[in-house]
Design a protein around this ligand. Structure first.
Ligand code: PLP
Length: 446
């Protein structure tokens, strides 16, 4: 990428400054007609490298997935009242990738439906109502989930924090509440878990029990945060002691994106009571699931309620999900996520050495965040630079988004078929745009 002359970059800055990139995408959306592998093609047949699409895990319109869906649609496409081979196989594949305690599967159509059902199962199983959720978390768009999604509930029109919802701090080593403390990095898991313990105690003091603790095992909307080691083990112990169940929301961070494991909770060496999965499960087709223990499923059965969801687990959705599993295995995509993800992280760290306004770089597998700051010493976030960079990347036909509570984290979560060459393309463009930033944002000049 050519670095633009200064007058042109100043004009670009004026064009993009102050715009949230999220809004920019929505206000000025691309008209995408075709998807193939890691590329999207617009109505002028121009290609965009997709680094934000956490649903097209095995690449857009993978031929095996398309074939499986079409074949099933041509044979049987109906509601979930009947037993069919694909639902049995899909349930088996899901539970086979999980610890053995997690042996029962419910099918739904979206991550929000999965988390809503997870909350319902938790309430029925424990008889409690109080839910512990993390600061800046997002768990879906249904009313039950807006209540536990700090990321959303404070936005205009949000409902505010309900009495039965308890917020635990985001265990963020870079920006979290212990960032300037004397605690060592390896102590942070324990420190943040202590806070959850105190919340549990507070609930018990009111004469109530905990219903559930829900968290992603790597915080996506919360700013690409990797949980400190040991955190979930301690948290799960406190929550269970207080009568609650532990829900791992794997909707965004599951299905092998972290490389070494199928699920990101496995990085913390814990066994949740309920796991919710979605997004990449259908590679763009709506299918999601809740996987839980026999004991929790039995509590649900005892209510006598027959769980019904018209399209949850329909034959086409399950055929597609099975094909996604096949492709991940056949094409060694978890291994690819690990190797290419490490390269992406290394290259981003090299950029961080060159540009003062990169405060932190973090990631696991194909899930990387670059935190943009005005000043490294104060860590003051810069949403302006992050938005500018993501808008300019779009002009360079590379799609990356911004996220996190301050909107200053450049987020990359490309399809798992991403290659090292794709990483080079991204780095080349980022390097050029970061040079523009250095020239035009006064506070960014190193
Ligand atoms: N959970 C997490 C962590 C998510 O990121 C999302 C969606 O962004 C959801 C749940 C909700 O999933 P859906 O949009 O499929 O309802």
């Amino acid at each position: 990428m050519e670095v633009l002359p200064k007058n042109e970059t100043i004009a670009l800055r004026e064009k993009h400054i102050g715009k949230s990139c999220q809004l920019f995408y929505r206000k000025d959306p691309l008209k995408i007609l075709v998807g193939k592998g890691q590329y999207l093609y617009d109505d002028k047949d121009e290609a965009y490298l997709d680094c934000i699409n956490n649903v097209a895990h095995v690449g857009h319109c993978h031929p095996d997935v398309v074939k499986a869906g079409c074949e099933q649609m041509a044979t049987l496409s109906t509601n979930n009242r009947f037993l069919h081979d694909n639902i049995v196989l899909c349930a088996k594949r899901l539970v086979d990738t999980m610890p053995e305690e997690l042996s029962v599967c419910y099918f739904v159509n979206s991550g929000s439906e999965a988390n809503d059902l997870a909350l319902r199962l938790s309430q029925i199983h424990t008889g409690n109502k109080d839910v512990i959720t993390l600061e800046h978390a997002y768990h879906g768009h249904l009313t039950s989930l807006i209540d536990i999604s700090h990321y959303k509930f404070n936005l205009p029109g949000g409902v505010g924090q309900k009495e039965h919802v308890h917020l635990a701090s985001s265990p963020d080593y870079y920006r979290g509440k212990f960032r300037d403390s004397e605690y060592r990095r390896e102590d942070l898991g324990h420190m943040y878990a202590q806070e959850v313990k105190e919340i549990c105690n507070g609930i018990e003091e009111k004469g109530r029990g905990v219903c559930a603790y829900i968290a992603e095992s790597m915080l996506s909307c919360g700013g690409q945060i990797i949980l400190p080691q040991g955190y979930l083990q301690e948290v799960y112990a406190h929550v269970r002691k207080a009568g609650g169940v532990c829900i791992a929301d794997e909707v965004q961070v599951g299905f092998g994106r972290v490389g070494k494991h199928w699920w990101s909770f496995q990085m913390q060496d814990v066994v949740p009571d309920i796991v919710t999965v979605g997004k990449p499960m259908g590679n763009g087709h709506p299918v999601a699931a809740v996987i839980t223990t026999r004991a929790i499923a039995e509590s649900f059965e005892k209510t006598g309620v027959e769980y019904f969801n018209t399209y949850g687990g329909n034959p086409v959705s399950c055929a597609i999900a099975n094909a996604v599993f096949d492709v991940i295995e056949k094409e060694n995509l978890r291994e690819n996520a690990l190797v290419v993800g490490e390269y992406l992280l290394e290259c981003s760290q090299i950029l961080a050495k060159k540009f003062e306004f990169i405060g932190d770089v973090r990631g696991v597998g194909l899930f990387t965040g670059i935190e943009i700051v005005k000043d490294r010493s104060t860590r003051e976030p810069s949403k302006e630079i992050a938005s500018y960079v993501s808008c300019r990347m779009k002009e360079e036909h590379i799609l990356i988004s911004t996220d996190g509570p301050d909107g200053n984290v450049l987020k990359m979560k490309p399809p798992m078929v991403f290659s090292k060459q794709n990483v080079d393309e991204v780095m080349y463009a980022l390097n050029g745009i970061f040079k523009e930033v250095k020239e035009t944002f006064e506070f960014a000049i190193a």
